[in-house]
Structures are given as structure tokens and as C-alpha cells.
Design a protein around this ligand. Structure first.
Ligand code: ZN
Length: 444
């Protein structure tokens, strides 16, 4: 990695809180951080004339890497295996398939690598991931060069990782100890849901997250059936249940929140908890429409996620942005909801806020980590360009992503992943098909 990297001739979409765009900009990176950003012709002469690595962006857009706040990358191994079912029936088959191969940590590592390759190539530089054998995910993330938020998963029945519920705290604590000081990692605890994890374990997982100043993320209020199950067990809805346990707080990242009423939205808003909107997953699994415009209006920090590659079959944050920007306009018959600039923030700055890392990530500003991407917006689907932000939300695709940098290190060059052998990952994943299908045939 060069000492100083200078990008010139870029349209810089900073994603700062005022949505500044620099039409002909330059970005200077030193020791993994942004140390200067501004107009190219104002670049200090000392840098312009120094012997630094220069990159001419040739008028392309340079913007922060996207932040995907909810995924299960290891499930890349099962993409397309089961379709056209609602969440509960779908999960039954998914769990059988996972059970067939995920007791082997190497397969979790492979699935995570495959997912991280997809994410980096499409411009995502940070992902929050919930999966078995999170130590494998952290290892794979280091190899891939992606920033990872993950940690100990909680699940009351015996898990695919062979751990019983009694060993979950131990595993989660180990992950905090091992990865808590790594600048590329965010460590937390991730209980699967209030219908699969009992109150005692939820409180323990939250306590561990608080003790280590980590995040706590959980699937919450995704489907009506989940609400009914939780109501039958605890006499209250999912959000009220979490609030009554005293664990709804600013370290909480709630994935989904599709079925929440006004009072629950108030509870979330007052607690400072963050929400992850996963429009593709909610649409494909028939889960419903999350009241995102209402939550945003109430001041809740709503971020974006793709969910796993078997729920929405795609971890493409560009598609996610476009769906988030459009489906609520259609459902509410109101073109003014989900303003374009705010949707771009949901995929960048708001994700950083949910990670409580707004001072380090989510926008291109001096002092922040140099996580940025170069997007070619000169194709017929994006020319002419009156406003780069509009094109990024409504017209850009992952195939437009040319270069990707994480902490100043280039991990994608002209659409080629530099850190992993994508062909090898695909071949090894394909080789697992017979084992998975055989297990499904045998399972009752
Ligand atoms: Zn999920």
C-alpha cells in the first residue's frame, strides 16, 4: 500500500450530512485515512508535485463504500435452493440444508468468502453479518479485506455449529477478546430472534454486548407469524417484549421491523435503537411493507440491508437502494416519501451511525477511514447526468463499480477482486451441491 494515494479528476459524492458533491475533486489518502478532500485545482502543490501514487478517476464518481447492515453471507452456499415459500416454511428447509454441511467450519469460511466477494465487487465495504462459526467469518473478512460487524450468534435449539445454548456466552466472549481491538472489525452479539431465543439468553447477550461496548443485533418484527408466536409466549409484541426486558437501546440494531405499530415506533425512537430495512427480502418472502417513512419521520436511524443471499437471492446494495426509494412511494401513493438523498445516506452515513462509528465511516471527510469506491456513470443508462446522487440511487448497478478501497487498500481494480480467487470460490461452492441435495432427500 502506498504511503500517500491521490485520486484526482473525480466527481466526489461525499455523503456528508449536507450531501456535498465536488464536481471536479481530489481525495488524498494517507495511512488508511482521508487527509484531504476538495477541488482538484485547490490540491496543495506539495502533494501535486510529490512522488505519490496518483490515480486519475477520469471523471468517474468517487463515493463512500456502501454499508450493508444485515446479511448472512455464509448462506451464499444455498442461494436458490428453496423458493416461493413464506418465511417459516422456507426456514425449515434452509435449516435442514445448513445442517447438512455447516457443522464443518471450513464450509462456513467458504460461504463467507463467497459472500464477501459478491459484496466487495458490488461496492460494499462494510457488512453486518449474522452466521454460525463467526470466527470463520472474521477470518474470511481479513482475507477478503472487507470491514465486518459480527459476533456470537444466539439460538436456543442446538445450532448448526454444534454449540448448545449453554456455550453461546463463552463463544461470544471469545470473539470480543479476539477481534474487539481490530480496526476492521465491529464485534457484538447477535441473537437470532425473540421467537428462537428466550428472555434469559437475550438479556445475557445484551449484557455481554454492553460490557464490551459492542452492538446487539436481532431479527425483529419481520413477519406476522413471528409476532403471534412471541405474543403467545410472552403476552406482548416483539418490540414491547424487547423493551420490557430493558434491552432496547442505542446499541441495538433491529433487522426488519415490518410489523410495528405507532406505539412500537415510539418505543424504538425513544430508545435510540437503529433499524435495518431489507426491502428485497421482505418483498420476496411476502413479509410485508415496513413503515420506513414513518420511522424516518419519527427520527429513527433506518439503515439498509440485503438480508442473506437465500432470502432475497442477491446482496446488491444498489438494488436495495432502488427498492427502498421506490416501493414506499408506490405503497403509500406518495412520490415525496423516501427522498433520494436520504436513501443514499441510508446506505452509507446512517449505517456508520448504527455501528456508532459515524466519526470514522460513512462519508468522505478528512480524518475518516478511506473506504471509497469509484463508479463509472458514463454508460447509456446514466448519460446525461444532471445530478450524480439521483443516478446513484435510481440508475446505478453493481456492474458500474470499477474500483474499491478499504482503509486505503485497493481490493477491487477495474472490476477484478484482488484479494480472493473468485473462480476457485465458485468451483468449491458448486462441489457441495450433491451433499446438500442428498441431505434434503434423506431428511423427514
Ligand atoms: Zn436475516
Amino acid at each position: 500500500m502506498p504511503d500517500i494515494l491521490i485520486i484526482t479528476n473525480a466527481q466526489i459524492v461525499t455523503c456528508d450530512k449536507d450531501h456535498h458533491v465536488i464536481a471536479s475533486g481530489a481525495l488524498v489518502v494517507q495511512a488508511g485515512r482521508i487527509c484531504w478532500v476538495g477541488l482538484s485545482d485547490k490540491l496543495p502543490a506539495s502533494w501535486r508535485d510529490g512522488a505519490h501514487q496518483l490515480m486519475d478517476a477520469d471523471g468517474d464518481i468517487v463515493m463512500p463504500g456502501l454499508i450493508n447492515m444485515h446479511a448472512h453471507c455464509g448462506d451464499s452456499l444455498f442461494r436458490g435452493l428453496v423458493e416461493d415459500l413464506p418465511l417459516e416454511a422456507w426456514l425449515n428447509t434452509v435449516w435442514k440444508a445448513e445442517g447438512a454441511i455447516l457443522n464443518d467450519p471450513a464450509n462456513c469460511h467458504l460461504g463467507a468468502s463467497l459472500g464477501f466477494a459478491e459484496l466487495l465487487l458490488s461496492g460494499t465495504t462494510t457488512v453486518m453479518d449474522m452466521f454460525w462459526h463467526a470466527d470463520q467469518s472474521f477470518g474470511a473478512a481479513r482475507e477478503a479485506g472487507i470491514r465486518l460487524a459480527s459476533g456470537g450468534i444466539y439460538f436456543d435449539p442446538p445450532g448448526m455449529d454444534g454449540l448448545g445454548s449453554e456455550r453461546r456466552d463463552q463463544m461470544a466472549a471469545r470473539l470480543f477478546a479476539e477481534y474487539g481491538n481490530d480496526d476492521a472489525c465491529f464485534v457484538g452479539t447477535l441473537p437470532h430472534g425473540a421467537y428462537t431465543v428466550g428472555p434469559k439468553a437475550l438479556v445475557a447477550a445484551y449484557g455481554l454486548a454492553a460490557e464490551n461496548d459492542g452492538f446487539f443485533s436481532i431479527h425483529a418484527a419481520e413477519t406476522r407469524a413471528e409476532q403471534e408466536t412471541v405474543r403467545a409466549s410472552y403476552g406482548k409484541s416483539v418490540i414491547r417484549h424487547l423493551a420490557s426486558l430493558g434491552i432496547l437501546s442505542k446499541r441495538m440494531v433491529l433487522a426488519h421491523c415490518v410489523h410495528v405499530d405507532d406505539e412500537e415506533i415510539d418505543l424504538i425512537a425513544k430508545s435510540g435503537a437503529h433499524v435495518v430495512h431489507n426491502p428485497l427480502s421482505n418483498l420476496k418472502l411476502g413479509s410485508g411493507f415496513s413503515p420506513v417513512p414513518k420511522m424516518l419521520a419519527r427520527g429513527i436511524n433506518v439503515t439498509l440491508g440485503t438480508d442473506g443471499p437465500i432470502s432475497g437471492n442477491d446482496m446488491d446494495m444498489w438494488l436495495t437502494m432502488r427498492l427502498a426509494a421506490t416501493i414506499h412511494k408506490g405503497a403509500l401513493e406518495d412520490a415525496a416519501v423516501m427522498p433520494t438523498k436520504q436513501v443514499l445516506h441510508m446506505a452509507t452515513l446512517y449505517g456508520a451511525r448504527a455501528l456508532r462509528a459515524e466519526q470514522h465511516l460513512g462519508s468522505l471527510e478528512v480524518g475518516k477511514r478511506a473506504d471509497f469506491i469509484r463508479v463509472d456513470m458514463r454508460g447509456p443508462h446514466a448519460s446525461p447526468m444532471f445530478d450524480p446522487i439521483t443516478h446513484l440511487v435510481y440508475s446505478a448497478a453493481r456492474s458500474d463499480v470499477r474500483d474499491v478501497f478499504v482503509a486505503g487498500r485497493q481490493v477491487v481494480d477495474e472490476g477484478v477482486l484482488l484479494t480472493l480467487d473468485v473462480g476457485d470460490l465458485c468451483a468449491r461452492s458448486t462441489a457441495l451441491i450433491p451433499q446438500i441435495t442428498a441431505a434434503l432427500k434423506e431428511a423427514p
